[in-house]
Design a binder for this molecule. Structure first.
Ligand code: SF4
Length: 229
């Protein structure tokens, strides 16, 4: 069952200024998806309307600092790397995130977006690689999945399942077939740390010859859950 939905503070969604509320901007290595291992600037937006059981970025739910969007782009460019990942929280909960994504693309950067899959991705700049979650039953947020996003996914995008149990795995397999997901975009399966062992999930995928890409979060192997890494 869902945990009670947490509202995104209204000032975040409705501020009239070309600003975004930001938890942190930092340089690290991309820890997941198809750009894993690349030096990447992360722009973490504040706020999320979901409360997944395994969330590791609860510190981004509240607080943050207002930044002018142009200043965010300048800060990203200052880091001197090609890849930038806009993440959260749920970045699309702040509507002006769409402007930021467009400006980062205009600046010639390789831009990815990490999103919960609960909000509409249709208006995201087509140059952005979208990494979209499909929340499993044990995430406690399955009811928030916006299935209308699935037909919008292209070969530039990736769909990510965080697997918390064998029953989550079976559910994910059903979704693969029902929605023809592997033919649409790369599908990623990650173990939820402390709920399913990485080896167990890897063995299930091999036994079933699933057309999905197993991944472990590189940043957690390197730096555990340290914020800003
Ligand atoms: S969508 Fe992401 S940031 Fe939001 S609660 Fe779930 S895991 Fe945490």
């Amino acid at each position: 069952m869902n945990s009670p939905a947490a509202a995104v503070p209204s000032e975040i969604v409705q501020s009239p200024l070309p600003r975004l509320k930001i938890t942190e901007i930092f340089l690290s290595l991309q820890g997941e998806a198809d750009t894993v291992g690349w030096p990447t600037v992360f722009v973490r937006l504040t706020g999320c309307p979901l409360r997944c059981s395994y969330c590791d970025t609860e510190y981004a739910f509240h607080g943050g600092t207002w930044w002018d969007i142009d200043d965010i782009v300048t800060e990203v460019l200052k880091q001197g790397v090609r890849h930038v990942c806009v993440t959260g929280g749920e970045p699309l909960a702040q509507k002006r995130c769409l402007i930021l994504l467009q400006k980062l693309c205009d600046a010639g950067l390789d831009v990815s977006l990490e999103t919960s899959g609960a909000l509409d991705i249709a208006a995201v700049d087509a140059r952005v690689s979208r990494v979209v979650d499909l929340k499993t039953p044990d995430s406690a947020e399955m009811a928030r999945n916006r299935l209308e996003n699935i037909p919008l996914l292209t070969a530039r995008d990736q769909l990510k399942f965080v697997i918390c149990s064998r029953s989550d795995y079976e559910w994910a397999k059903t979704m693969l077939v029902e929605h023809g997901l592997p033919a649409r975009c790369m599908v990623l399966f990650s173990p939820s740390k402390s709920q399913v062992s990485a080896r167990e999930l890897a063995d299930w995928i091999i036994a079933d010859r699933l057309p999905v890409r197993f991944q472990m979060q590189l940043h957690k192997l390197l730096w555990d859950d340290e914020p800003g890494r």
